[in-house]
Design a protein. Sequence first.
Length: 324
Amino acid sequence: MSVHRVVALVLPPQSTFELACAAEVFGTRRPGLPARYEFEVCAEHRGAVPTLAGYHMVVHQGLSALAAADTVVIPGWQRLEQPAPPAVIDAVRQAHRRGARIVAICSGAFLLAQAGLLDNRRATTHWRMAAELAARFPDVQVEPDTLYVDLGDVATSAGTAAGIDLCLHLVRADHGAAYAAQVARHMIMPPHREGGQLQYAMQAPAGRLPDSLASVLDWAAERLHEPLTVDDLAARARVSPRTLARRFAEQLGVSPGRWLLRQRVTAAQALLEESDLPVETIAIRVGLSSATNLRRHFHSMVHATPATYRRSFGRHTGGSRQGD
């Protein structure tokens, strides 16, 4: 398998956290995991680049590094009120025209908008900057509440930790759910948060602390093989289904049923990658009852059939056992 080259384009003053999101996911070698990415950092000018953390980083590569990138990451753009350097805009546009995937973390969406890569397209950024992005670039369809938006050739994320969510999502798209889950496990991160989830939990009413769903989510994730329902989740949380739905909306931005279905499909992805079990068996193991049911929900969420997904990411070959 060819190695995918990721190049982060840093811009002064560079946010160290947004850069670290990309570096941790794409640039860290992990014991027991094959290296699927090469990671590099470049800048408009080689040399010292100031950061928001009060120190300078030394960057050895210039914009020419983008010419060979499979993915270009823009880990933030702090000077929102200023036009980006023409050479930077030109290099990003050229990379995109060549077929590189362009990824913006947090305020990096402003640079993509300046480059015209978001015209008449969906995008997100940190909730605090969403209104400004929409006002300055009215052709961009800003989604202020989502964690990330992946359009295939271009992707944007909300602020700070949402950059990790987007990067893990891209690993999942490149190499499958099982490999991405292994990377997330090394990072002590949840293996998958949907891009449509809220950027932050809604504020609880005055005088009431939000009731965390963590224990219920963990309990359900260990029992996907069982025919769990929303009523079962509510009973476990000791609340009514209506109250449970409100908490899911506040904390995750999805309904309990949608969350449970996503967990089942993600579990099916891992089994398709790591085993040669028939689709019917996988459907039962993840609680979707039948191959027909699994195929329908799998195609709706993954935009591929189980057989196509297995051919792309599976470790085993099983002849007729891989059938749709």
